[in-house]
Design a protein around this ligand. Structure first.
Ligand code: DGJ
Length: 702
C-alpha cells in the first residue's frame, strides 16, 4: 500500500510507494528541505538519513540543491522553481507553514502542504500523490492570490524541484531531435552548472522531450539506480538540472519558457501541470517499464483497449484524396486485415496543397460530392472503423475562416504574422475560437460516424500576442493548451467511441499531458524502418509501445530513398501499434499476401506488444537490435540485423523477464527459461541485409 506518514516532532513527511520512499521536512522558517528519495525505508530511517546537512562554504547558499520548491529570495542562487514580483517591486518570497492535509482514495494517497508568504497575499499548495500499483510520485503546485489588492506577477511557476543525493559521476539521459528525426537518446555526464531542456514553441516539440533520467554514471540497462522525472504538459516548458560544485543535484521543471510572465489577479489561482518522478534501483530498463506501467494505470484514458491496425492515406495519396481513390484503398486495406481506415489531409475546403483552406472544415464538394458520409459508410460496410485527419488549431491566410476572422490568430500589433507551412496559429485561449473548433469537430464526428481523429498541429507558435485580451494575454501560452485538452475531453465524452491520435508534424506533441486525452501518438513523419528503430527506441524510453503508432510504407522510402524489404518494414512497425501507410494499389499480389500474413501474425501477438512489459535486449547494437515484450505466459521478441558483416558470429539473443524455472515453446521446440536468460535464443535471420525476425515464446504448461 502507498502511505503517507508524518513525524510531528520534526514536521517530517514520508511518502512510500510499493518499492520506494520519499521524505522531506517543513522547517520552522517555512523552507521545505528534501531528505530522501530512494529505496523504501521507514520513518525513523528517513529521519536518520536526513539528519546531516551538506556543509556550506563561503559564498554558497545553505539551501541551493536541497529544497522541494526553491523560491527566489534569501540566500539562494540556484534556479528558482518559483519567481514572483509583488506590486511594490519586492521579488523575494518568505514562506510560513500554513498547514497540511492528506487524503486516501482507493489505491492512492495525496498530501497537500500549504505555505503562505509572511507579508504578501501569496499562498501556495504543494501536492504529492502516490499509488499502490507503481512507484511514480506525482507532484504539482497551486499558487493563490489571497488578497484583494494589486495583482502578483509570476515569472516562474515550476511544478516541482526533485532533489537527488550527492553522488559523484552524475549522468543525464534524455531525447533530442528535429522534425523526422525525433527522440534520439543522449546520455552524457551532467555538466557542472545548469543544463536546461526547453521548448519555446507552444508545443512539446520534436527537438527535446520533457523528461530526464539521472544516474551516477554506473547504471546500465538492467542494473543501477536511476531517478527520472517527466512533465505532463503539451505547450512550452522548461526543465533545468543543476549540479553544484559539491555535487548537489536537483531538477526543477514546469510549464512556460524563459521570459514568459503571468499575472495572478486577486482571488485567482494557477495550478501547474504534474511533474512526476520515479526511482528505481534496477536500471534504465526498469525505469522505462515503471513509466509504462504508470502511464497505463494512471494517464491513458482507455489503456485496457487493444489498438486496431490502421491504414492512413498520407503517404499513399498525399493531398489528392477523393471518394473514389479512398474507396479503392479502403477495399485493398480491408482485404489484408486493416481494421481502421484513416483519410489524411486534403479532404476539406479547397485544400489541394498545403497553401490553403486550413480552417474551412467542410468536405471538398468536388472530391466528396455527397460529403464524407458515403465513404464512412462504405468503410464501415467493409468492416473497418473510419477515421479522419484534422488540424483544428491552424488556419491558412488563404481560407474563408481567416478572411472572416483575421483577429483569431496569435498576433501582435505592428508585427509581422510570420507564416510557417503557409499557416498561422488560431488562438484557442479565446473562448469563441475554442467554441468554434469544438462546434465543427462535434458536428463532423457526429454527422459522419467518425470513430477516430488524427489531431495534427503543424507549426510552432510565433508572435504569440492577443491585442484585445480581456485579461493577461500571456496566459494564452497556458490556456491554449488547456483548451485543446478540454475540447478533446468534451468530444470523448459526447462521442464515447471516439479515439484520438496525437500528432504534431510527427512527434512534436508526445508527452504525459496529451496522453491523458489521446489513445496513441504519431511519433514521426519519418517512416524509414531503419531510422525508425532509433526513433522508437527513444520514444519508448518513457512512453509505452501501445501508444506508438508505426506505419509500413512504400519502398524506396519517400523521405530517405532507402529500399528495405517488406518483412523488415513490418517487423519494425510491429514493435508498436501497427499501421499501413503505403499505396496498397501499387503493391504486387505477392506483397499484399505477405502483408496480410504479417498483419495476421501481428494480431496474434499485439496484446503482448501493446500491453506487455518491454525489455530492450540489445539496445541499438550496431549489429543486432532486439526488443522483447512479456505478458502473462507469452513473450515476443523482435530483432533487426540491418547490415551484417561477413563472418560475424550469429550470437544468440539473451532474453529477459522470463521464469527461469519454466520452459518456453518457440516454433515447436522447448527451451528452458534459464537457458534463454543465460545463453539466449538462437537467431534465425535470413541472409543478406535487412534481416529481421519475430519469435513467439509460449510458456509450456506443466
Ligand atoms: C503532418 C503529419 O505528421 C503527417 O502525417 C500528415 O498528416 C501531414 N501533416 C498532413 O498535412
Amino acid at each position: 500500500m502507498p502511505a503517507i506518514e508524518h513525524d510531528p516532532a520534526t514536521d517530517t513527511w514520508l511518502l512510500t510507494t510499493p518499492e520506494t520512499a520519499y521524505a522531506f521536512r517543513v522547517e520552522p522558517g517555512g523552507e521545505l528541505r528534501h531528505l530522501y528519495w530512494g529505496a523504501r525505508l521507514t520513518l525513523p530511517q528517513a529521519l536518520a538519513a536526513g539528519r546531516d546537512r551538506p556543509p556550506v562554504f563561503g559564498f554558497d547558499s545553505p539551501w541551493d540543491g536541497t529544497e522541494e520548491l526553491p523560491a527566489e529570495g534569501g540566500l539562494r542562487f540556484g534556479v528558482p522553481s518559483l519567481q514572483v514580483r509583488f506590486a511594490d517591486g519586492t521579488r523575494a518570497v518568505e514562506w510560513l507553514p500554513d498547514g497540511a492535509a492528506t487524503d486516501e482514495d482507493g489505491g492512492q494517497c495525496r498530501l497537500e502542504i500549504r505555505l503562505r508568504d509572511r507579508s504578501y497575499p501569496l499562498g501556495t499548495v504543494l501536492e504529492y500523490r502516490v499509488f499502490d500499483d507503481c512507484d511514480v510520485i506525482e507532484r504539482r503546485v497551486t499558487l493563490v492570490h489571497l488578497g484583494d489588492g494589486e495583482p502578483i506577477e509570476v515569472y516562474r511557476a515550476d511544478s516541482a524541484a526533485w532533489v537527488l543525493p550527492p553522488l559523484a559521476g552524475y549522468r543525464v539521459s534524455y531525447t533530442t531531435g528535429r522534425w523526422s528525426g525525433e527522440t534520439r537518446l543522449r546520455r552524457h555526464e551532467l555538466p557542472a552548472g545548469e543544463l536546461t531542456l526547453t521548448s519555446r514553441r507552444g508545443i512539446t516539440s520534436h527537438h527535446v522531450n520533457p523528461w530526464v533520467m539521472l544516474d551516477d554514471g554506473t547504471a546500465a540497462e538492467t542494473a543501477g539506480e536511476v531517478r527520472s522525472v517527466a512533465l505532463a504538459w503539451s505547450g512550452s516548458w522548461r526543465i533545468t538540472a543543476s549540479r553544484t560544485a559539491d555535487d548537489r543535484v536537483s531538477v526543477t521543471g514546469g510549464f512556460g519558457h524563459d521570459g514568459a510572465r503571468w499575472t495572478l489577479a486577486p482571488g485567482e489561482s494557477l495550478t501547474t501541470p504534474v511533474f512526476a518522478g520515479l526511482y528505481t534501483s534496477a536500471g534504465f530498463g526498469a525505469a522505462s517499464r515503471g513509466w509504462h506501467a504508470y502511464i497505463r494505470a494512471h494517464v491513458l484514458p482507455r489503456p485496457e483497449e487493444t489498438r486496431p491496425v490502421l491504414f492512413n492515406s498520407w503517404e499513399a495519396t498525399g493531398f489528392d484524396v477523393c471518394e473514389q481513390n479512398q474507396l479503392e484503398l479502403a477495399k485493398a486495406a480491408a482485404a489484408i486485415g486493416v481494421e481502421l481506415f484513416v483519410v489524411d489531409d486534403g479532404w476539406f475546403g479547397t485544400r489541394t496543397h498545403d497553401g490553403r483552406a486550413l480552417g474551412d472544415w467542410t468536405p471538398n464538394p468536388e472530391r466528396f460530392p455527397h460529403g464524407l458520409r458515403p465513404l464512412a459508410s462504405a468503410v464501415h460496410d467493409l468492416g473497418m472503423k473510419f477515421g479522419i485527419w484534422v488540424e483544428p488549431e491552424m488556419v491558412n491566410p488563404d481560407s474563408e475562416l481567416y478572411r472572416a476572422h483575421p483577429d483569431w490568430v496569435l498576433h501582435f500589433p505592428n508585427r509581422r504574422r510570420t507564416e510557417s507551412r503557409n499557416q498561422l496559429v488560431l488562438n484557442f485561449a479565446r473562448p469563441e475560437v475554442a467554441a468554434w473548433a469544438h462546434g465543427w469537430l462535434d458536428e463532423l464526428i457526429g454527422a459522419n460516424d467518425i470513430d477516430f481523429i488524427k489531431w495534427d498541429m503543424n507549426r510552432p507558435f510565433s508572435e504569440a500576442g492577443w491585442p484585445d485580451a480581456p485579461g493577461d494575454a500571456e496566459r494564452l501560452w497556458i490556456d491554449h493548451v488547456r483548451a485543446v485538452y478540454a475540447i478533446m475531453e468534451r468530444l470523448r465524452t459526447d462521442h464515447p467511441g471516439l479515439r484520438i491520435e496525437s500528432c504534431s508534424g510527427g512527434g512534436g506533441r508526445a508527452d504525459l499531458g496529451i496522453m491523458a486525452h489521446t489513445d496513441q501518438t504519431w511519433i514521426s513523419d519519418n517512416t524509414d524502418a531503419l531510422d525508425r528503430i532509433m526513433i522508437q527506441d527513444g520514444y519508448a524510453h518513457l512512453y509505452p509501445p501501445g501508444t506508438m503508432s508505426a506505419w509500413v510504407t512504400d519502398s524506396p522510402n519517400n523521405l530517405t530513398g532507402r529500399r528495405i524489404p517488406l518483412r523488415f518494414r513490418f517487423h519494425v512497425a510491429m514493435a508498436g501499434v501497427l499501421g499501413i501507410g503505403g499505396n496498397l494499389l501499387n503493391w504486387t499480389d505477392a506483397e499484399l499476401s505477405e502483408a496480410s500474413a504479417l498483419i495476421a501474425v501481428y494480431k496474434d501477438v499485439r496484446k503482448v506488444v501493446q500491453h506487455g512489459s518491454l525489455y530492450r535486449l540489445a539496445p541499438l547494437d550496431p549489429e543486432v537490435t532486439a526488443v522483447q515484450y512479456v505478458a502473462g505466459n507469452r513473450a515476443v521478441v523482435l530483432a533487426w540485423r540491418p547490415a551484417p558483416r561477413y563472418g560475424q558470429p550469429a550470437r544468440p539473443i539473451r532474453l529477459a523477464g522470463l521464469d527461469p524455472a519454466s520452459s518456453y515453446r518457440v516454433e515447436g521446440r522447448d527451451y528452458p527459461g534459464i537457458a534463454l536468460l543465460t545463453r539466449g535464443l538462437p537467431t534465425d535471420f535470413p541472409a543478406g541485409d535487412y534481416g529481421s525476425m519475430l519469435a513467439i515464446l509460449d510458456k509450456v504448461q506443466k
